[in-house]
Design a protein around this ligand. Structure first.
Ligand code: IMP
Ligand code: MG
Length: 180
């Protein structure tokens, strides 16, 4: 099972720099709180936070797991949220797939009293969206086809997260075990 590069690290670097500029303009004069969804967003959030020129930026991390057995419809579990009352929260994740994770996190952030909520993802896989999932992110790095990808934070059973490129795994084992 050999990962095949889909988006090269150099292209990711360029896109992250663009997103950093766009976010810096959008949040100019404010001190947003970047809420990175762990574990998958560790790579993207590390790069994106350093591409944003906002002196007041805060970073927080939220452990989110979505378990998907072959038959289950998907269940989102998250740790306790930090205090978000009055904050401009920018949720950062690796990928918008079914949209369930980001719909659940977004709703929880709103319920926690955030002043504003926006979502930024590295990847968008629109082919797999479900009706109750988040329809679209406010900022997207790349839109990708319906393939299972690893690298740049994305895993299969905890493997491949460290790959600098986003890669496609063509042959998947029967039980797909991404950990989120
Ligand atoms: P959701 O289906 O939009 O709720 O996505 C849930 C989580 O599944 C994402 O945050 C990722 O961590 C993970 N995920 C979705 N698609 C892929 C993929 O192609 N490779 C690895 N992880 C994925
Ligand atoms: Mg994830």
């Amino acid at each position: 099972m050999q990962p095949r590069p889909l988006i090269r690290a150099s292209a990711i670097r360029r896109r992250v720099a663009q997103l950093g500029s766009e976010l810096s303009r959008a949040y100019a004069g404010r001190s947003p709180l970047m809420l990175a969804l762990m574990d998958g967003a560790f790579c993207f959030a590390a790069d994106l936070s350093r591409a944003v020129a906002l002196p007041g930026l805060e970073l927080a991390f939220l452990r989110v797991r979505s378990y998907r057995g072959t038959a289950s419809s998907g269940e989102v579990r998250m740790d306790g949220l930090p205090d978000l009352a009055g904050e401009h929260v920018l949720i950062v994740d690796d990928i918008l797939d079914s949209g369930r994770t980001l719909a659940a996190v977004r709703a929880a952030v709103e319920a926690a009293g955030a002043e504003s909520v926006a979502v930024c993802v590295l990847l968008d896989k629109p082919a797999r969206r479900v009706p109750d999932g988040l329809a679209r992110a406010d900022w997207t790095g790349f839109t990708i086809p319906d393939a299972f990808v690893v690298g740049c934070g994305l895993d299969l059973d905890g493997r491949w997260r460290h790959l600098p490129d986003v890669c496609v795994l063509d042959e998947l084992p029967p039980e797909t075990g991404m950990r989120g």
